[in-house]
Ligand binder design. Sequence first.
Ligand SMILES: Nc1ncnc2c1ncn2[C@@H]1O[C@H](COP(=O)(O)OP(=O)(O)O)[C@@H](O)[C@H]1O
Ligand SMILES: [Mg+2]
Length: 259
Amino acid sequence: MAISEGNLDKPKIQVDNLCLWYGSFQALKSINACFRDRIITAIIGPSGCGKSTLLRVFNRMNDLVEGVRTSGKVLIEDISISDNNIDLVSLRKKVGMVFQRPNPFPLSIYENIVFGPRIHGSMNKSELDEIVEESLKSVLLWDELKSKLDNPALSLSLEQKQRLCIARLIAVKSDILLMDEPCSALDPYATARIEELMRELKNRYTIIIVTHNMQQAARISDEAGFMLLGELIEFGATENIFTRPTNKLTEDYITGRYG
Ligand SMILES: Nc1ncnc2c1ncn2[C@@H]1O[C@H](COP(=O)(O)OP(=O)(O)O)[C@@H](O)[C@H]1O
Ligand SMILES: [Mg+2]
């Protein structure tokens, strides 16, 4: 692969001393972490520990919740995203997110994919056609769907819908893909296929997945962070987290003592 080592070593996202409050409740407590490009990083931890909140910091989705306050710093490619003058539309384009329940628009497959590109720039039909083909190829749906592009997206299977949601991010050229429990609505076969897709996509993207499926985190991630009650307890190579955690709390969690 023609990627320089220097490029890979530089963190894509750097989090320094990040705290977040919902009103008076502190949901994130002095988080420090680096998320690297072209690897999969998993965030694990029991329900309510702040995994989704942390993901939503990266595209400022928490701004939509009233009474949210943050302190500390989050840099994406060395740019502080908490500044008031940051362009939120470009940030959310760059940092895309998929959720537990795939949420395609009640439009055709084609219209789902061109929705974003159309908002972000005027393009002609052949440019849009090309984006649809490329995006669907990236999520390995093209052969399956190329003759059904006018079908409603809501008629797809859950797995296809989740792939379509990932394709929508690719269509607007997101390069950081946040995945919040992307497989939890899927059966084990569909889950395995989405994991396969993630492995393929990691050659081109920064992928951060939140999962409470520890086996999944162990299978697909290169680095992992364990959170508990708003704190990032341990962060490092997945292999180390799962085979020789340094913190007793991590060990207790991965061996199933709580959660
Ligand atoms: N919009 C919100 N308003 C108030 N509290 C919230 C909100 N969203 C999440 N929380 C609280 O913040 C904590 C972390 O939530 P969340 O990030 O969803 O955890 P996880 O994804 O790990 O299950 C929980 O205690 C949750 O109740
Ligand atoms: Mg969550």
